[in-house]
Design a binder for this molecule. Sequence first.
Ligand code: AMP
Length: 576
Amino acid sequence: MLEKMDKKFDPEEVIEEFEMLTKDAERVQRETLQKILEENGRTEYLQKWGLNGRTDPGSFKACIPLVTHKDLEPYILRIVAGDASPILTGKRITSISLSSGTSQGKPKFVPFNDELVDSTMQIYKTSFAFRNREFPIANGKALQFIYSSKQFKTEGGLEARTATTNVYCSSQFKNTMKAMQTPCCSPDEVIFGPDFQQSLYCHLLSGLIYWDEIHVVSSTFAHSIVYAFRTFEQVWEELCSDIRGGVLTSRITAPSIRTAMSKLLKPNPELADTIYKKCSRLSNWYGLIPELFPNAKYIYGIMTGTMEPYLKKLRHYSGELPLLSSDYGSSEGWIGANVNPKLPPELATYAVLPNIGYFEFIPLRDNVEAQKHDEPVGLTEVKVGEEYEIIVTNFAGLYRYRLGDVVKVTGFHNSTPELKFVCRSNLLLTINIDKNTEKDLQLAVEVAAKLLAEEKLEVVDFTSHVDLSTDPGHYVIFWEVSGDAGEELLEECCNCLDRSFVDAGYVSSRKVKAIGALELRVVRRGTFQKILVHYVGMGAAVSQFKTPRCVGLNNSSVLQILCSNVVRSYFSTAFC
Ligand code: AMP
């Protein structure tokens, strides 16, 4: 495996392979399913459902039920506990990924193996090959805001860490980044440091030390880039002072990070002065990234779905630099690569790689909840313009697994579909006959935030909650705002939020008072950082962090953080 990755890869060859695979996606899907079922046919799970060695799509769909993580949990927990018998996979599972779990409030265990590393690299290489045609880079470094999570051994002796950490730990990851000529500028000790705030500081410091070699600024999810440069605004003078004197600030206490960074850091008053002058000249930090890293060609990371609300701030920091959304996947495995890098993030799509898993799609014709019982269709049977819930069968023991994501088919690349991420499939806000998804919430916040923008203020982050302790129940929206907004303005925002949920069930329920007035609660600055720290403390990785867009009573510690930081609250008068 190592040998395979050590040599430089040829992007044109990668594209050729991708074209070949996608030209006959249906055959590749059949072969992929056959391979998965041949490798794992003797597992307890597949035998239980009576597949009896058959490997064709028809028998597979007839025998194996659609499942959620909850259905597979008893099997996964036995693996976690050390049961080495072939439960879900023929080959023994030795690592477990912890999904970010931000939507449910706690991380989920998901089997991980070498095949998932292979498909990760295939996705990385494919999107890189297409990207490099449009935005060529050579012999540079990447400032990557990546962080490992806490790692531990399960009671059965398996390595448990987040999927991204599993990938960063693989030798293939480093080799691929080298082959793409963008190795990470920070030492490994920074990526694997014990404290993410210290790692973040040192990522920034490493980037500044190698300022002229930085060709790409990236992270897994765009949130980490925005978070990093918001932090930069706080610590830039300290960074300058470290560079001037060649001595690392005392705030970095982790010995491994200190040792690694002291090898990079040499006194450089000239560089410190340049950075100082550049930062002092900027107006409200507009264009910060190209100012610091003039040779950067683009910003890269997942920018769709729940990351979209951060695009405005990211554009502010990036000035004229293009924003390129990376790929689409999950702890359960990758799905598609962005092969149209010139599209702005709002229009980004992901072409499914037909050989990394077997994919099915449940049509969702009217809305997310309706039609859930429609028969799933195959990868090449999906229709342009339709929305689907995605079902994954992979090489790591998941069979007909409902990922919980809704996607829209925007077109085809050869015979494989290009998907636009729509939202998570679960309804976020519902009290009566109303149905609002993460996307509906995002759109409502976007409209109301425009009122703030007129006063040069922004929504730093947001979430929601259904409050049923009042009669009738009502929606609560939590906002962290970048500065002081006047009472009148926030009242207006609150009314605007209420009016911006346009779902007919919501509007009619509000009119007849079956749902109470929407409540906007403004929280103290730094509240969402506290939420991030809370998740990291529970084992989540900053690299995979996604702000939960709805916090239920079952997520009591996060609800507690939110409620104890409310500084002002407003009730809508929109339907009075
Ligand atoms: P995790 O729980 O950390 O494995 O996160 C996986 C989830 O992140 C997916 O199921 C999606 O909901 C979301 N996600 C991953 N990639 C993208 C993408 N490119 N665009 C939008 N959402 C994404």
